[in-house]
Ligand binder design. Structure first.
Ligand code: ZN
Length: 180
């Protein structure tokens, strides 16, 4: 096991021994009946919930690289459907952010790094969807708009779900609404 994971487990033993989880009483049903789609950016780990006034138990927080929904039948949309049909979510917010690492991401450079790390060219050539799958979005606001529209027009999403889009500043936490 890595030194980092050993450190985490050491912390975990103390956390459990001190019953620190009692600070987070809640259930699996989101109190605010809200799901948030956001980017995995490290700057947003604590900043995003704090800037939105959200606490443990308030929301379903679904994250990926970019906070976008590239496909109508990917894991983000599946998670949203679970949140809506099984967990009582009535509203969805897509929260992209400024200065996102996925903005402008080019598949060529990505694939080059894979080759440098020992991935075989033949494996890459077998995957004809790779160029689009690995590419990022060009415009942060357009990415949020596209994700909001994807949810609104999804054939399996009920029509009474409210959906909105925002961009968050990863430094100040300011939310700007993205008109759709
Ligand atoms: Zn990002």
């Amino acid at each position: 096991m890595s030194v980092l994971m050993e450190t985490i487990l050491e912390h975990n033993r103390a956390f459990v021994a001190n019953s620190e989880s009692t600070q987070f009483p809640t259930s699996k049903y989101p109190l605010k009946k809200l799901a948030v789609v956001a980017c995995m950016d490290t700057r947003l780990v604590e900043l995003l919930p704090a800037a939105m006034g959200l606490r443990n138990g308030d929301i379903k927080l679904i994250k990926n690289a970019g906070g976008s929904i590239p496909s109508a039948f990917d894991s983000i949309m599946r998670s949203l459907l679970v949140a809506v049909y099984l967990l009582g979510v009535e509203e969805i917010a897509v929260v992209g952010h400024y200065d996102c690492g996925v903005q402008g991401l080019k598949s060529e450079g990505f694939i080059e790094k894979m080759l440098q790390r020992g991935v075989q060219r033949e494996e890459i050539d077998k995957l004809d969807f790779l160029a689009s799958w690995l590419s990022g979005f060009e415009d942060d606001a357009e990415s949020v708009q596209a994700s909001v529209r994807m949810i609104l027009h999804h054939p399996l999403m009920p029509k009474d779900i409210r959906v909105s889009g925002f961009l968050i500043d990863p430094h100040t936490g300011r939310l700007d609404e993205v008109a759709v």
